[in-house]
Write a protein that binds this ligand. Structure first.
Ligand SMILES: Cc1cc2nc3c(=O)[nH]c(=O)nc-3n(C[C@H](O)[C@H](O)[C@H](O)COP(=O)(O)OP(=O)(O)OC[C@H]3O[C@@H](n4cnc5c(N)ncnc54)[C@H](O)[C@@H]3O)c2cc1C
Length: 378
């Protein structure tokens, strides 16, 4: 069997590991990535911005691992065309035939169409090469702005701050992490990040324009406020890399549509991770990507295994501050909400009509966190 996987990230490599467990002597496994690095832990790219981690701290499986396991790893090779009828994928250099194909080509950082966004020193962060460029600029700069106060934006701000930059987060809504936290939780987190970590916030502000000649110098915000900057990190969400499938018969909604076996609508073509959506869910995070990859790998190599779905949950330390957001946060208030507040801490538990915890928000430390989280995920 000839297996081809596009993308050597969490989903692609997890799939390959499952295929290996079930492979036969004459199987051929090829994994192709446009990056110049073997499999690494993408979430740690954030820490790279502080200069506290190095390339070697990120790598999960090096080139030797691929060679030892008889896997053809093609680095720095972008797939630019897929011929689903003839079962071939092509780069500029080569064409590869497949019997089973996995699309695990992930997502990219969205760059909002703001005037001036092409100026130098305006960055997005998706891969190691982006992280290197940002760090190189950060250590020579004084003032940075992070546009977007979501998970990635906040973590990036905290790590950039460690390089002695003055860091300001520009957020359109009234509080940060607005997809994971409610107003109270988000406001508490901002207070703590301001007071304990020295991060500045400009809230309820939209970015109108990036000003400067070749290099960005200022951000023009709504209300004609101006923010001086040497570097800008845009952290305004991700989009699946679906451009590769334009004008093909692959079924796409927001991302590539897969069933519980990670099959697409085309025979012998599977998709997993940030390129895929299952049951209307686009996860965009590491664990589900890996799990989807495992499911795809098992099914591609002849087993039958269904993806059970995953309750979306985030447990993180934002600059050492414990933050949890899990399950159904019930924005329409159909369920019961239990609120507990204390010194520098806040908790909201959402319970359904049977009293079961179905959603949880925490900022700070609470002793019953693990117990409630387990209930939410059950
Ligand atoms: C900075 C950052 C921080 C994050 N932090 C967290 C976190 O704290 N927790 C969490 O759960 N998740 C986090 N995530 C999200 C998580 O990393 C992703 O959900 C996960 O990596 C998705 O895995 P994937 O294999 O689907 O895609 P990817 O990891 O994106 O891998 C896809 C690979 O395919 C390559 N590729 C794309 N197109 C082509 C092509 N045409 N030809 C060849 N190769 C191609 C890409 O370059 C990439 O190497 C973070 C992501 C980023 C960028």
């Amino acid at each position: 069997m000839n297996y081809v996987v596009i993308g050597a990230g969490a989903a692609g490599v997890a799939a390959v590991k499952e295929i290996l467990k079930n492979s036969h002597d004459n199987d051929n496994i090829r994994i192709i990535t446009d990056e110049n690095y073997p499999f690494y832990y993408r979430p740690r790219l954030i820490e790279y911005l502080s200069g506290e981690v190095d390339d070697k701290d990120l790598i999960i499986n090096d080139k030797k691992w691929f060679t030892d396991n008889n896997i053809n790893l093609n680095l720095s090779e972008e797939i630019i065309n897929i011929d689903f009828d003839n079962k071939e994928v092509s780069s500029e250099k080569n064409t590869y035939e497949y019997d089973r194909l996995l699309l695990a080509n992930g997502a990219h950082a969205f760059k909002p169409p703001i005037t001036g966004n092409e100026k130098e020193n305006i960055f997005t962060l998706r891969n190691l090469s982006d992280a290197k460029k940002i760090y190189k600029k950060a250590v020579k700069s004084k003032k940075a702005a992070v546009v977007g106060g979501g998970l990635l934006g906040i973590e990036a701000a905290v790590n950039l701050k460690k390089t002695d930059l003055k860091v300001t987060v520009v957020e359109r809504s009234g509080w940060c992490l607005n997809r994971q936290l409610d107003k109270k939780g988000g406001e508490l987190l901002i207070d703590r990040l301001r007071n304990e970590k020295g991060i500045n916030f400009v809230l309820e502000a939209s970015t109108k324009e990036f000003l400067g000649d070749q290099y960005v110098k200022e951000i023009l915000l709504s209300g004609d406020k101006r923010l001086q900057v040497d570097l800008v990190l845009l952290s305004t969400g991700v989009r699946s890399n679906i451009k590769l499938f334009k004008d093909t018969k692959l079924a796409i909604k927001r991302a590539v549509d897969v069933d519980s076996y990670m099959r697409t609508n085309i025979e012998d073509v599977y998709a997993a991770g940030d390129i895929a959506e299952y049951n209307g869910n686009f996860y965009g995070i590491w664990l589900p990507s890996m799990k989807m990859g495992q499911v795809a790998g098992r099914n591609m190599s002849g087993q039958k295994y269904e993806f059970p779905g995953i309750v979306s949950s985030h447990t993180l330390k934002v600059a050492g501050i414990n933050v949890v957001s899990a399950g159904n946060l019930d924005p329409n208030h159909e369920f019961t909400h239990e609120i507990e507040e204390g010194d520098k801490k806040y908790k909201r538990v959402v319970r359904n009509s049977e009293g079961k915890a179905v959603g949880l928000i925490i900022v700070g430390q609470f002793d019953d966190q693990d117990q409630i989280l387990a209930e939410v995920k059950s």
